[in-house]
Structure formats: C-alpha cells, structure tokens
Design a protein around this ligand. Structure first.
Ligand code: ADP
Ligand code: TZD
Length: 580
C-alpha cells in the first residue's frame, strides 16, 4: 500500500509507484497554510493531538495553552491584529465548550477567528449513543458564531476551510466554527486529488464601496453642523485605514473621541482629541460622525442624558443592518472604512469649512479644566498606593515605550487605565471590549506577543487576572515578552467588604489578603516583583521592559480604593432601583 504522505513530499515520488496518498490531517493543515495561516492556538487531546503534532512538523507555529478559552482569546486577538482569521484548535465537547466563550466574544467584538474542534461521528451523535465526549457541537456553535460548518469528506476540506476564512474576514468580521469529525481526519485520498481540492481564497475581504449619494448626504450633513464630533471605534482600528482617518480628522478640523480600543489610532495627545472632554462633547455636539463604532451600551445606545442636545448621526459601517439599530441614522455610509473614509476625504476636498470657533474653544476649555483636575489627582502620592498613583507610573512608561501593547482588564483597573494611559500607536490597546468580559487577559497578551514579537504589558485587576492566570506557565514556556501587572487590592473591586452576618465565610467579593501573585510566575522560571510604591513599580517595569522576558509584578493597591463595578455603578440592579 502506498504510504500516506503529505503533498509536498508527494511531488518527489517517482510516477511508476502506486499513487501517493494524503489524508484529512494533512489536508486540513495544507488548506490553512495555503491561505497564509501559520499559527495554531490550541490545546491537544483526542482527536486533535496528531493534528497539532503534524502542524508543528510541517512548519506551523503551535502555541499550546492550559485552557481552551485562553487559546480562543489569543486566536481572536491575533485576528484583530492581523486581519487574518486567528485559528484555535480544541478537542470535542468540553474542550469545544471552553473555546466557545472566546468564539462568542470574537463574534460580539467583530474579530475574525476560526474555532476548529474535533468531534464525534454524526451517526453516533444524532442517535445519542453516548460516545466519548459526545456533543452536537455544530448546533451549539451556530448562535454564537457568524457561521458554522462541518466537513464530512476529505475532498471537501479545501472548500470548508475556504468558506471558514471568507466568512471570518469578509463584511463584518466574526467568529466561525469548523467541525471536523474524527473519522474525517483519517480519510485518505490520492495526493494529487487532494492538492487539486484545496482552495486559495482570492480577495477574502473585498472592498465595499459606499454609494456616491450616501457620501454626498454625509458631507452635506457634516457641513451643516455647528458642533460636529467624530467618534472612532475599534472597527476603525481594525480596518487599518490609519492615514486616511487621520487625514479626515485633520482636514476637517473636527474634535474626535476614540473608543477604548481605538485609542492610539491618532496619538492621544493629538490637539483635536476630545477624550478629556468626553461627557461634554457627547452631550453638546449636534452632528456625530461614527466610524466603526456601534451605538450599543458603551455609548448609552445613542440617547438619554449622556447625549444631551438633539443629534443627527452619520454612521460609517460595513454592516447595513447596524444602521438604525438604536436611533435613527440620518446619513448612513455603508462600505469598508478605508473606501468610505477615502470617499469622504475626496468629497470634502481641500477646503472644508472649519467648525465654529466657539465650539472648538468650548471643547478646548473643558479639556484644559479636566486635564488640570486629573493632573492634580495624579500628582498625589498616597500611602498605600492607589489606582491613580500606580497608573501614573504606567502612563509614563507607555509614553517612553509607545510600541508596547497594553492589555487591560478589571473594573477600576480598566476604567482608570483607559482614561489615564495615553496611547500613541494604533491597535496597541486591547481590552474587555464590547461585553466588558473578564478573562481575556493572558490570551490577548499571548496572542499579541506572538503576533507582534514585541513587549506586552498586561494591566490586570486581581480578580480579572484569576480568570486566565494559569497561562503564566504558557508565557514562561514560550519565553514571551509579557509583563503582567496585577493590581492587588485583595478582591473584586476592593478588598474591604464584610459578611453582613459576621459568619466564618468572607464577603463574596473578597480574596485572600496579601496574596503574592509574583510567586506564581517564579514557579515557572519567570521573574516576580512585589511592589507597594510608585517608585518600586517604576523600577520593576523598566527592568521588565529591558529584560523582554516573562515578568509578573504584584502591585499592592489600597484595598479601600476601588468602587463597586468601577464606572458602571449605575448598571447594578440595586443602584438602578435606588435611583428610581
Ligand atoms: P467600539 O466598541 O470600539 O465602539 P464596535 O465593536 O462597537 O466598536 O464597532 C465596530 C464596528 O465596526 C462594527 O459595527 C463593525 O461592523 C464595523 N467594522 C469592522 N470592520 C470594518 C471595516 N473594515 N469597515 C467598515 N466597518 C467595519
Ligand atoms: N465574569 C465575567 C466573565 N465577566 C465579568 N465582567 C464578570 C464576571 C463581572 N466582573 C466585572 O464586570 S469586573 C470584575 C468582575 C468579576 C472584576 C473586578 O475586580 P478586579 O478589578 O480585581 O479585576 P478592580 O480594579 O479591583 O475593580
């Protein structure tokens, strides 16, 4: 019998012998490689261990995690950073379910990723005959993914992978599930037929040009504005239209606000940035140009007190059904951001009327006032260290090292870091995103370190860190340049809550006091620091960056400093009820 070998080797086999064969394992790997996908984030086990081994043998990078959710988060952020779908590989049932949270989060955030899971055979699953880790994965994945496919025949692997890639990156990007039953991987076919069955995806995310009328309508509305505002979302950062967006902002002279992950698309110290006057510009503006940002809960659904004065919206988005989702959009511009912003630029030409001087002056004054207030808060050096004094140090370190990627999660740790730390380069701030989810920390940090090859600083609430903390071993194993800073205030939001009954159990938000997270990384050969002053934090950070190796800094923060849910206090049902 002919040996089962990959197609690259097959080319060197003399024609007189029996035809060279390939199999499902090789075809899956060759299909991804053919499309430039060269990294797998995953966790091995039946039936995908051999797939991971073979991928490594055939030159793919395989980053193996301690929990599938973190592998999935790494794949999702790899997709966001590269515009190529990040690939996550898991085993069936529980491994698949562990990865599913990351897939759902990717879809929610419009990150392109593909979750590939091994699965049991259809005939056993459909008759519910109780296979090892049996589950109807395809149907479970469907509502959480942009698309979900299963491949049953080896000759369809090329098409299945092509569909998955195209679904992940075209239009509004998202998560795609690809179900690979164990038997598929073992199926064989001739290497020649296998090679012919693979598909190199042409123009996976085609440009989508806006209609000329929509561009004209948007420009007319923008010209009529008295108090215009541009709002940049993470869709704008993802689109990599950095130069065009900057030109539009600068040529129009309109103040702009970046959403959290759009920070750095223009440097945060840009004179037109209205970040320091956020509430003011949201409330007072009359025409708002949204570029790759949804009017979801993060923007109070475009209505209510936050938005104050009556507004007319222009929305640039690739998804036509996003338009009018929360409030009426007066001027939708549907297309890819690069094409839409280029068309807007061309439409406004060289002589766009500057916004009213009174508006610019009002924004400038509010900015100065708020910046002064913040500077006074940041100048304080309380003992023990609080969020502000610790973040002042991180702000300065990021300013001195603008190409580091900042990963950020927590409640207070997230909210304060977002407003205090300026970003200077696009796609360098990665955080809890649309869902405000905890647990993205180590997955995002690993994905960013692998994809950029550069320093990552993960700023983590102590609760947030716990969701993915075991991946410090992964960070150490691959010697990644990741510095984790745990803001340790002994609990969720703070460490001072009491059990109202005074019983033996501590309050539900409280952790072990004085925990030494730095010891965790030392267990795996990384470097740990235990700091409790801004000066110690600064020294540790500078050493970590110089080292470019795995580091964890346990930063002791005043346990009374945090507020419940950070800045989302009003979303707690009790607080909301009290307000009524
Ligand atoms: P943020 O949370 O930063 O406000 P969102 O995730 O809510 O951002 O919004 C991102 C938006 O960007 C989504 O509506 C998505 O459809 C859109 N989008 C993503 N990529 C592109 C692109 N290349 N061109 C146009 N719109 C895009
Ligand atoms: N579980 C998941 C998956 N996501 C969530 N957002 C939560 C639970 C609820 N939650 C928050 O919204 S923030 C947070 C939780 C548990 C942790 C806050 O504590 P922290 O940060 O220690 O990480 P601070 O800085 O001390 O507030």
């Amino acid at each position: 019998m002919a040996a089962v070998i990959g197609q690259i080797e097959a080319e060197s086999v003399p024609e007189t012998e029996a035809p060279s064969m390939t199999d499902g394992f090789h075809l899956v790997i060759d299909a991804f490689k053919l499309n430039g996908i060269d990294t797998i984030y995953g966790l091995p086990g039946i039936p995908v261990t051999d797939l991971a081994r073979l991928a490594q043998a055939r030159g793919m990078r395989v980053i193996s995690f301690r929990h599938e959710q973190n592998a999935g988060n790494a794949a999702a952020i790899a997709g966001y950073l590269t515009q190529k779908p990040g690939l996550c590989l898991t085993v069936s049932a529980p491994g698949f379910l562990n990865g599913l949270t990351a897939l759902a989060n990717a879809t929610t955030n419009c990150f392109p990723m593909i979750l590939v899971s091994g699965s049991s055979e259809r005939e056993i699953v459909d008759l519910q005959q109780g296979d090892y880790e049996e589950m109807d994965q395809l149907n479970i994945a469907r509502p959480h993914a942009k698309a979900a496919y299963r491949v049953l025949h080896a000759e369809d692997i090329g098409i299945g992978v092509a569909r998955a890639i195209r679904a992940a990156v075209s239009g509004r990007p998202g998560g795609v599930y690809l179900d690979l039953p164990a038997k598929l991987l073992a199926q064989t076919m001739t290497a020649e037929a296998g090679r012919r069955s693979l598909v190199r995806v042409v123009d996976a995310a085609p440009r989508q040009l806006p209609s000329p009328e929509s561009v004209e309508r948007a420009i007319d509305l923008l010209k009529s504005a008295k108090r215009p505002l541009i709002l940049l979302g993470k869709g704008a950062a993802y689109a990599r239209a950095d130069a065009e967006i900057r030109a539009l902002v600068e040529r129009s002279g309109i103040p702009y606000l970046p959403m959290s992950m759009a920070k750095g698309l223009l440097p945060d110290d840009h004179p037109q940035s209205a970040s320091a006057a956020r509430s003011f510009v949201l409330a007072e503006s009359d025409v708002v140009l949204l570029i790759g940002a949804r009017l979801n809960w993060l923007l109070s659904h475009g209505k209510g007190k936050t938005w104050g004065a009556p507004k007319r919206f222009i929305q640039v988005d690739i998804s036509p059904t996003e338009i009018d989702s929360n409030v009426a959009i007066a001027a939708p511009v549907v297309g890819d951001i690069g094409s839409c912003v280029s068309a807007l630029l061309e439409g406004i030409g060289a002589s766009f009327p500057r916004p009213d001087a009174a508006w610019l002056q009002a924004v400038g004054e509010r900015k100065s006032k708020n910046l002064e207030k913040m500077a006074a808060t940041l100048a304080k050096d309380p003992v023990p260290m609080n969020f502000h004094s610790a973040l002042r140090v991180l702000r300065d370190v990021v300013k001195a090292n603008p190409s580091v990627t900042v990963v950020n999660e927590g409640a207070n740790t997230l909210d304060y870091a977002r407003s205090i730390i300026d970003m200077y380069e696009p796609r360098k701030r990665l955080d809890c995103g649309t869902w405000g989810i905890m647990g993205i920390g180590m997955g995002f940090a690993i994905g960013a370190a692998v994809e950029t090859g550069k320093q990552v600083i993960a700023i983590e609430g102590d609760s947030a860190f716990g969701f993915s903390g075991m991946e410090v071993e992964t960070i150490c194993r691959y010697r990644l340049p990741v510095c984790i800073v745990v803001f340790n205030n002994n609990g969720v939001y703070r460490g001072t809550d009491k059990n109202p009954c005074g019983g033996e159990d501590v309050a539900p938000t409280v952790f072990v006091k004085g925990a030494r997270y730095d010891k965790l990384i030392e267990a795996f050969g990384g470097k740990g620091y235990h700091v409790s002053t801004p000066a110690e934090l600064e020294r540790a950070l500078r050493e970590a960056i110089a080292l470019g190796e795995p580091v964890l800094i346990n930063a002791v923060i005043d346990e009374a400093a945090g507020t419940e849910s950070g800045r989302l206090t009003n979303l707690n049902p009790q607080s909301a009820a009290n307000k009524k």
